[in-house]
Design a protein. Sequence first.
Length: 154
Amino acid sequence: MKRVLSLLLLQFSFFGLAVSAQTVSPLIVECGKKCRGEFSITNNGLTALAVTVEARSFSLDTQGHATNRPLDSGVELKLEEGSARVPPKGTHTFGYQLKCSAPPCSVALLSSMVVGHAAEGILVRVQLAHTIYICEKQKDCRKKVRAAAGVSVD
């Protein structure tokens, strides 16, 4: 356990400034059958970031771990834009419309950005997720999806 913690500490000290400089908000959204929303990527760093957005459907196992897969055929997504350049100390908002023909549906909009390079020249890419849960009715949608997957709900 100490070894894992020391490796994580080393990793954060090496990449910490780059990794902690980006945020996505909101993290989670619950919707009815039709969903219109937006999420923002904030770049607190000192250099501009190219951000790309990829949509993935996902399911949960009984421990609450997500398994991503290509977007389900019953899900219709319209992104206002699939990529953007976020200036230093800036924020960019991505809008979307989402429909699910057979609720419940779970979709993650993954925002990817390159935040640095490792000593060996390998690019360091970060993915931040904006998670959308779609049900027949919006109220407690995430809780219902987690319960259906067998995840204990508090």
